[in-house]
Design a protein. Structure first.
Length: 526
């Protein structure tokens, strides 16, 4: 532990899902146990160093609270990290090793309330085995669930996992779906409205206006007491679901493992369920007609977006109230950006529309001086090259390199001992240890490859800025006449996002690759 802040402890607590947090599965009890541990040790827990996270323990760089705690350790703001158990910090033994090695290098101790952690060879082995066991058990549980689900599907029965498909209820004994008429009637209304010419947004407005409970009712609870509402996504999924025409398809989607998301599996993996497994809600002709309308609407919308009304900041606008992306929306005779929260079950966040022409002109006035002076970009390229990789990635690579060097030496000793072993030596135990260390080395090399890929991505940003210097040279002479495509190229290179709410430029903010000076302060010409 460092001399500075030696008695200041950081507390890290984690659960894997939001449901665990809502059900009280231990965030609070973990923190209480960690605080009691700190009290017993005489350590002070600063409120600024309590990190509460809802994220999978298999992730490392995607956990913002963990990254913030590690930054505090590197900056020597804390002297000890306290976590309830090893698997709360990480379920991956290699990631755990990186975190502990980094903390050790910074002079920060790591302690677990329920498990001792020492740096002896035995302690290192126990730490690895526990982390490895947690990861294996996690994968085994997932594999058992998928195996059981797939086996039931292949036998011609609907699986019994997850929420019910809207409009149906499962008969678990028979392995089929039965119509649930209160919801099936809503599905018929949705398809009829679209066939009659209604848009998805219009359907959403009618459903919410009529007070129809959405598919998320009873499944989603908002902490602020809001009532779930219909959104564009829910209606779109219903309109694209082949089950409603009586065609049951299983194994069609696959979880991404992040934020409840999923992707469509390759069609070759789909399993068509026997006829009668899923009764039809609508006629196949109605389903086909809706697909035709939706496909035509998508093509028309794409054409409108790309030609009729180009939006300079498409994909870059962020709501200043809730942080969601803002959609580019034609509104009568003008273009505006509006928060996407209007299309979610939770409803609009209260953020105001942003006039497109005004915010685009404001942004261009912000970045035009940069394009007129390539020296600013050259200075930023030099700064980024001098700064090198992100501190977290650099620290991770150093920690992983140290671990790999340590494992290399350990394996050399193991191999030497195996070659020198006599007949009475337990060779099988040593061979298992060699295999274990080799597995850890392999995982660590994969982690190093991942880190290097992230570093390479940052270096690509510098190359992109180099290219931007060349772009500036071509447009500098005729900057006032640059067309939409040229402006979009510059915006994509310089701007990460624009945060806005309403039509007042005072509340607008640009975040990008090149820092802009305060208004009224000219750029220096190099």
């Amino acid at each position: 532990m460092t001399a500075n802040n030696a008695t200041t402890a950081a507390v890290y607590v984690r659960v894997s899902t939001a449901r665990q947090e809502e059900e009280g599965t231990s965030l609070g009890s973990q923190e209480a146990a960690c605080r009691a541990h700190c009290d017993a040790k005489g350590w002070k827990v600063s409120e600024g160093h309590v990190y509460r996270e809802v994220y999978s323990g298999a992730e490392l760089w995607d956990r913002p609270k963990l990254s913030a705690m590690r930054a505090a350790s590197r900056e020597k703001a804390v002297g000890v990290i306290v976590c309830y158990a090893i698997d709360r910090l990480s379920r991956d033994p290699v990631h755990l090793g990186v975190i502990v090695s980094e903390a050790d290098h910074a002079g920060t101790a790591v302690e677990f309330v329920t498990e001792p952690l020492d740096d002896s060879p035995e302690g290192q082995l126990i730490r690895f085995v526990r982390g490895y066991a947690a990861r294996v058990e996690r994968e085994k549980a997932r594999e058992r669930t998928l195996r059981g689900k797939h086996s039931r599907i292949m036998s011609g029965k609907v699986h019994n996992y997850g929420h019910e498909l809207y409009g149906y209820r499962r008969d678990k004994e028979r392995g089929v779906r039965d119509l649930y008429e209160p919801e099936a009637a809503v599905v018929r209304r949705i398809f009829r409205w679209v066939v009659e010419g209604g848009s998805i947004k219009a359907v959403v407005r009618r459903l919410n206006g009529d007070g129809v409970p959405p598919p998320s009712a009873g499944k989603m609870v908002y902490k602020d007491g809001r009532t779930p509402r219909w959104g564009n996504g829910a209606v779109h999924r219903i309109l694209r679901e082949p089950a409603y025409k009586g065609e049951g398809i299983a194994w069609r989607r696959q979880s991404t493992g992040k934020n409840g998301g999923s992707i469509v599996r390759p069609e070759a993996e789909w399993v068509k369920m026997p006829e009668g497994t899923t009764p039809a809600v609508i006629a196949p002709e109605t389903f086909a007609a809706v697909q035709t309308r939706m496909d035509a609407a998508s093509v028309a919308a794409a054409a409108t977006r790309n030609t009729a009304r180009p939006y300079l900041l498409r994909g870059l606008m962020v709501c200043g109230v809730c942080g969601r992306a803002m959609r580019s929306c034609p509104e009568k005779d003008r273009r505006v950006y509006r928060c996407a929260s209007r299309e979610t079950p939770a409803g609009a966040c209260g953020g105001r529309r942003v006039p497109a022409e005004a915010v685009e002109a404001w942004l261009w006035s912000e970045i035009e001086p940069i394009l007129e002076n390539p020296g600013i970009i050259a200075a930023e390229v030099a700064r980024q090259r001098e700064a090198g990789p992100e501190p977290t990635l650099a620290a991770d690579r150093e920690a992983a390199d140290r671990l790999l060097t340590k494992l290399d030496r350990q394996q050399e000793r193991n191999v030497r001992r195996l070659a020198e072993a006599g007949d009475d030596f337990p060779v099988d135990l040593l061979e298992r240890e060699i295999a274990r260390v080799e597995g850890e080395r392999k995982s660590l090399r994969a982690t190093l490859t991942d880190i290097d890929a992230r570093v390479a991505s940052r270096e690509a940003t510098v190359v992109r800025l180099d290219d931007l210097q060349a772009y500036c040279a071509t447009v500098r002479a005729n900057l006032k006449a640059v067309d939409f495509t040229g402006k979009r190229e510059a915006v994509e290179a310089l701007v990460e996002r624009v945060i806005a709410n309403g039509g007042d430029p005072i509340g607008w903010k640009m975040l990008g690759s090149i820092p802009c000076p305060p208004a009224g302060i000219p750029y220096s010409i190099s």
